[in-house]
Design a protein around this ligand. Structure first.
Ligand SMILES: *Cc1c(COP(=O)(O)O)cnc(C)c1O
Length: 439
């Protein structure tokens, strides 16, 4: 049984009686054929490093296709070879993952950072520039600021809140760098909404700028979007001009704070070089984790919907609270703010991770955190349980103080990732914790 599991599976139904099946329905069956596994309703975990070939010619044929030595025939299965190249659990996972974004292909990785670094390495070469939105996830920032420069790749940051660092200005800086280096502007890497400020980046505008760069420099930078915060339910970047969508599956998709994994979805053409790099760098997901994510995907829509509703209620509670000075929940963007139009066009929901400011500073923020009884004091986000943290001294501790000030990350800011508990319980916990700083 060594030909590719996914390719032999007959479970690729996409509609029934004229009804197009939704991803939340597909998560229970798509891409897995029980008859290939003794009728098991759920896919077994394929804890195996390697796969047995039926004969030598088959082994040769599988390698020819896997290493791109020839195109596979129309009726040929890409065979299972070795779990760094492919594995049934990952094939099923990747088929299901891509459905949420209506993408042609999906890839799974050992972590969100494995997905980000493998994708950037696949598409950048010495002399190239990567334009990236700020603030961005700390690991991504470190990669762009400290590691990729060692390989001759320059990261140039841009923001939406500081005109001196607007994308149009960053593009001019990037053009000057590539004019010297002979490289290209390889990609525009965007994280929207930004963490923890929930600043939004307009993806359509990024795409237009990428096309403008193509018309002058002859190469269109790929628009790569880290969709961890709102995706895959509340934001579909491929609908707004993105080329490649990246996830930390550790967060909402895994959703139970019990695994670390990453994903990339997009066209087969654009993902093929990333898959090639993944095979050699060895940044793929492992079968056990892949199986756990399959389980998580079955409840993804339920969990994200519930946590989004809870977050809405908590945001209203905080807005009314005398000790809270501002709430960064996306539903409460001022209608006069240009970000409001971006939110309406680009997002399908506000998600459930946001920051708010309280009266006071670090002392008061810590007092609130230390008083929590239901909500846990921890970084990370997107799990079933609610978590709170202090970005200034925790997730964003590495960001220089003056940059934090510019970003609006202050000592009085707290970030909450709202889970799927009863919202009244969460509000009661926040109420008693905030009481400790009321004078
Ligand atoms: C957590 C996170 C990452 C990194 O993911 P890991 O799975 O921890 O490697 C990348 N981007 C965003 C937005 C994240 O929140």
């Amino acid at each position: 049984m060594s030909s590719s599991y996914a390719a032999r599976s007959r479970y690729y139904k996409t509609e029934v009686d004229g009804q197009r099946l939704h991803p939340e329905t597909q998560m229970m069956s798509y891409g897995y054929d029980p008859s290939l596994s003794e009728g098991a309703l759920k896919p077994p975990v394929f804890h195996t490093s390697t796969f047995v070939f039926n004969n030598a010619a088959e082994g040769k044929a599988f390698f020819e296709v896997a290493y791109g030595k020839r195109e596979k025939d129309a009726d040929e299965d890409p065979g299972l070879i070795y779990s760094r190249i492919n594995n049934p659990n990952l094939e099923v996972l990747e088929d299901r993952l891509r459905l949420w974004d209506s993408a042609e292909k999906g890839l799974s990785f050992a972590s969100g950072m494995a997905a980000i670094s493998t994708s950037l390495l696949a598409y950048t070469r010495p002399g190239d520039v990567v334009l990236y939105s700020e603030p961005i996830y700390g690991g991504t920032e470190y990669l762009l600021r400290n590691i990729l420069p060692e390989f001759g790749v320059t990261g140039v940051g841009f923001t939406t809140w500081n005109e001196e660092r607007a994308l149009s200005i960053a593009v001019e800086e990037a053009k000057a760098i590539v004019a010297q280096s002979g490289g290209k502007i390889a990609s525009i890497f965007v994280e929207t909404p930004a963490n923890p400020t929930n600043c939004l980046i307009d993806l359509q505008e990024c795409r237009q700028i990428a096309e403008k760069i193509e018309s002058t420099l002859g190469h269109r930078p790929l628009l790569m979007v880290d969709n961890t915060f709102l995706g895959p339910l509340w934001q579909r970047p491929l609908d707004h001009g993105a080329d490649i969508v990246i996830y930390s599956l550790t967060k909402y998709v895994g959703g139970h704070s019990d695994l670390v994994a990453g994903g990339v979805v997009g066209s087969t053409e654009l993902l093929t070089p990333i898959a090639g790099f993944r095979t050699i760098l060895g940044t793929m997901c492992d079968p056990q984790t892949g199986w756990m994510i399959l389980r998580s995907l079955e409840t993804l829509q339920l969990r994200m919907t519930r946590s989004c509703e809870n977050a809405k209620r908590i945001a209203f509670f905080l807005l009314d609270h005398p000790m809270v000075t501002s709430v960064g929940h996306l539903d409460h963007i001022d209608k006069a703010d240009p970000a409001y139009q971006v939110y309406k066009r680009q997002c399908l929901g506000a998600g459930s991770t946001f920051a708010f400011d309280i009266k006071g500073g670090e002392g008061e923020a810590f007092k609130v955190l230390d008083a929590l009884k239901v909500i846990k004091l921890a970084v990370s986000l997107g799990g079933t349980e609610s978590l709170m943290e202090h970005p200034f001294t925790m997730t964003h501790a590495d960001v220089p103080d003056d940059v934090k000030k510019r970003l609006g990350v202050s000592e009085s800011m707290l970030r909450i990732s709202v889970g799927i508990e009863n919202a009244d319980d969460l509000i009661a916990d926040l109420r008693q914790a905030l009481r400790t700083i009321e004078s």
